[in-house]
Structure formats: C-alpha cells, structure tokens
Design a protein around this ligand. Sequence first.
Ligand SMILES: [Zn+2]
Length: 333
Amino acid sequence: MGLKNVRYGQQMVEEVGALLPDSFAVATMAEPWAVVALRLGRTPHYTLEVADMGEDAVAQAERAVPPVKAILGVGGGASMDMAKYIHWKRDIPLYLMPTIASVDAGVTSTVAVRVDGKVRYVGQSEPELVAVDYPVVRGAPARLNRAGVGDILSIHTALWDWKCASERRQEPYDAAIAGRVGEMVQQMASMATDLRDVTDAGVKLLFDLYNGENDICEGWGNSRPEEGSEHFFAYNVEYLTGKHFVHGELVCLGVYVLSYLQGNRADWVHEFINQVGVRYRLSDLNITQEEFRQALLTLNRYVRQENLFYSVIDETIIDEQVAAKICADLDIL
Ligand SMILES: [Zn+2]
C-alpha cells in the first residue's frame, strides 16, 4: 500500500529530529546524510552505510545494528528499504526521510531486497512518519529528481499494452483503473514546468502520484497499470549492457521508443520529456548505438524468455528494418 502519513514542509528535518527517541540508528549514504545531519540536531547511536541490497548483505547489516529504540532512513530507495527492513525485523518505530523524488520506495509499505539482481518483497512496514523536506529534496541533483517522471510516464505505454492484451489474450482489464492512472499522466503533464524546475509543488506532485499509483497497483494485484513494454525494454538494456542506469531516465527512453512502436503519441512523449529536461538520449545514458540496436533486436526473445506480460513487443517483429526505422525517426542520439 501507499503510505498515508506523509508530511511535507520546509523544516521536516528539524521536526523529525525532535520526534526521535534518545537512541536511534540511521540507514543512509554519505551524500544525503551530509545534507541532513547538521539540521537534524541529533547524533545517531549507530550509522549504517547502505551499500549492497542483496538479501544476505541486508540481513547481515541488520544484525550489526546494536539495540536502539527507533530507525531512521535518509536517502534514496536503498536507504528507505534498509530502514524498512530493520523496522520489520525488530518492530521498532520507523521514520523515513526520502531525499530524492526519483524513487517510490519512500511511499510504499513493502520492504524490498535483491535476490540474484531481482527485486523480492520480504515484508511490510508502517512508518510513524514519512517526512519530505522540500529544501533537502530540491538540493539533490536536478537530474535525479526529473527522472522521477519515468515511473509515472510509463503508464502511457503500459495502458496501451494492457488494453492490447485484453483484446488479444482476454487478459483481465479494468477500465476504471485505466482511467484513474491515465489521469495521473495528464496531471503530471500539466505540471511539466514545476517538474523541470523541481519546485515544492513539483516535488509534492511526484510523491503524491507515486503514492496513488502504488495504491492502485496493490488494489489490482500487480503492476500492469504502470509497467509494460517500456520497462521490458529497460530491463533488456540493463541485462545486455550490464551497466547501471538512473531508472527513470532509461524508462523515459523506453516510453519514447515503445510509444512509437505502438503508434501511441510518441511526439507527445518526446515533447514532455524535453519540457521536463529528463536525460534520455543514448549519449546521456552512455548507451552506444550498437547496444541500443541489439537491445531492440533481442527484445522479442527477451520477453518470451522472461515470460513477461503480453505487450506491443509480442505484436511486432523487431527486425533490422524496424530497428533502423526507430533509429532514423526518433530523436535519441
Ligand atoms: Zn519502474
């Protein structure tokens, strides 16, 4: 479920500092912690530097935390998940302070670890408070905050795939849910300037949309309403290149390319991601043209091999000609 007790403000760091009990541990990374530590006005009993989110590493890190009365997570997705894990294991109060708007881990109740490089959900969390401090989030690299649009924009291509699957494969489809998530994309698009400038309103919008999206996907039972061919493309790029990416940037490239294959307003997608100033071009993402071409040419095989949802990829044979047309027609270099 999405989390209900999210609060926003200019002084949330100080507020959390005043709420924490006398002994607490913090799960964080060097950069976000440097931003928050002074304003918090409190010294943690134990600082856990989050690195590896593999299941065993996470369990080991938890065992190293001494007895404390609360756990605070400060940072991006990995810090949130580590703090949620410790809370879940020990049943101690949890405080979350997401410092970028590019991940939804701050507003989901599930606890995620990685097993063989894939996400596995191991438990549930109930934070006392999720504190979004505007100055902290605005102080993070704009590039990362802007990339936060990716996992909402993905609804655009995911809905097309879902509808297609319901027509071709009689997959269960819910028009009311499709309508609700579709509105989220519209709402986001109407605030492109705030998202580009990373204003308070833009930051709040992203957290709110993630929260709503999570609720809807959990109510439906899977991520069909927000995940489709654009994510499958992104997973294949990661798989083929072994490189690490800012998730939302790679997803934006995926939405652009797959919306083109769907005949689904690729021009509009292009305009939106340029308005926001998301980095999505191959040169921005350090993807070579040959890697991109290979990612397209192996996509049909990849979705079958991984047994992914039915999508536009199953409707199209992506051969040399189609790949060449994508490269020629789209603004991706
Ligand atoms: Zn995603």
